[in-house]
Design a protein around this ligand. Sequence first.
Ligand SMILES: Cc1ncc(CO)c(N)n1
Length: 227
Amino acid sequence: MESTAPGNGGEFPGEFTEWMRERSEPDFGAVVAHPFTEALFEGKVPRERMRGYLVQDYQFVDLLLALLGAGLARADRHTSRLRIAGSVAVVTGIENDYFRRSFDELEVPRHEREAPELDEATVAFRELLRDTTERGSYADVLTVLTVAEWSYLEWASPGPERLPEDFVQAEWITLHNGAEFADWVNWLRSELDRVAGELDERERARCLRLFQLATRYERDFFDAHWQ
Ligand SMILES: Cc1ncc(CO)c(N)n1
């Protein structure tokens, strides 16, 4: 393990986000090629598993939205705020509509949509999201957002040869592999790479720890719905 984070002026190969991803293996790779998403590509996630996963994920997305709000508040320029606001619109618009239609299809009652019993993996991830929302710097916020969004783009982007007929499974793939989502992830990464140039070594090391922890939680989240 390297002890020093990359410094200013290009004394590390590649970008900050790439550097952190490389140091988050094997967890990052395990999220990108998870049996859950492999089954999803084949339309073979059992209904009860998909239901449980989406109920928990809706509680994740609630605090992801709060984290986007922290990003809006802490961004250092107007163009960045506009970009983050665009993602808020997706989460509250088409993505929320997807959850609503899926919950109808899976016959999820109101209390499970609004206040379900939380899995251990959901509780742990929510704590990290809440903590970063309340206390994180702009770079910290971008780091956690980057893990959540980049890892989802990566598992989804190969796409299946044929989408599942079941819209609940099919749209969970297409929500995360379209050009718009790819643009958002690319922006997040370049924004974090930009902001990282202003950080000192301690702050960069802190981002790396957050990246590694969030990646671990992504892996645990899939595992919780598959094992
Ligand atoms: C657990 C998890 N991570 C990332 C995403 C993508 O936003 C999601 N919906 N759920």
